[in-house]
Design a protein around this ligand. Structure first.
Ligand SMILES: Nc1ncnc2c1ncn2[C@@H]1O[C@H](COP(=O)(O)OP(=O)(O)O)[C@@H](O)[C@H]1O
Ligand SMILES: [Mg+2]
Length: 224
């Protein structure tokens, strides 16, 4: 089944289009990379496919986004976050709670889940990124890579079936990036559909397919 689909997407922040007629699809269990020069529209496309645009950021979008077969326009926020979660480039933009536990609990609490279920999700999410022992730590005191793992855990706590990583490794040092990359592989092995915007060719090894932006159009490119 197609997990994430963008069909005939057009986007402009103002009047001048950033891209026209973008088509992309990611199937269940697949890891797909999105490349292209800085400013080519990778983050914008990630935001559109996760519903951040137009829900939280403005812009002129047309075309269709389908999440697991459903038009994103027909989905509530709750239904959207169960289908797709996004991890951003800078973990500090995603972390705001005093403890790791509070951070990871935030999403499930907003879904109004029962206490027990919230506890189960915190444990499962922290286990899946190997950060259980930092449960009561302050996110502010963690390394960049550990912060990114907590950002991922907080997304996983919503149990989305697809994940988008928008250059999630790019602000990390080599050791931290390796940690987070391992966590992404782990999610792929669990059958999640993954889209990763990525500028570093060394990180394309985890991708099954690669798309590249060039001059406002997106095409699938041969994967080395
Ligand atoms: N909120 C915004 N308002 C206006 N222009 C923006 C906004 N966000 C990004 N842009 C512009 O849109 C273009 C694409 O940005 P982006 O999607 O972030 O590209 P990438 O992730 O490939 O570097 C860039 O020229 C950027 O300056
Ligand atoms: Mg970007």
């Amino acid at each position: 089944m197609k997990a994430l689909e963008g069909i005939g997407l057009y986007f402009a922040y103002g009047k001048k289009p950033l891209f026209l007629n973008v088509n992309i699809s990611i199937s269940e269990g697949e890891c797909v990379a999105l490349t292209g020069p800085s400013g080519s529209g990778k983050s914008t496309l990630c935001h559109i496919l996760s519903g951040v645009i137009p829900r939280s950021f403005e812009g002129n979008v047309s075309g269709t986004v389908r999440l697991f077969g459903n038009d994103i326009r027909s989905l509530s926020l709750e239904e959207t976050v169960k289908r797709v979660g996004i991890v951003f480039q800078n973990p500090d933009s995603q972390l705001f709670s005093p403890t790791v536990e509070d951070e990871v609990a935030f999403g499930p609490e907003n879904l109004c889940l029962e206490r027990e279920e919230i506890g189960r999700r915190i444990t499962a999410s922290l286990d899946s990124v190997g950060m259980q022992k930092y449960r009561y730590a302050s996110p502010a005191k963690l390394s960049g890579g550990q912060k990114q793992l907590i950002a991922l855990a907080s997304v996983l706590a919503l149990e989305p079936k697809a994940l988008i990583f928008d250059e999630a490794l790019s602000q990390l040092d080599e050791d931290s990036a390796a940690l987070v990359k391992h966590a992404i592989r782990e999610q792929k092995a669990r059958g999640k559909a993954i889209l990763m915007a990525e500028h570093d060719p060394n990180n394309l090894d985890i991708a099954d397919r690669v798309y590249a932006f060039s001059d406002g159009s997106l095409s699938e490119v041969t994967h080395a």
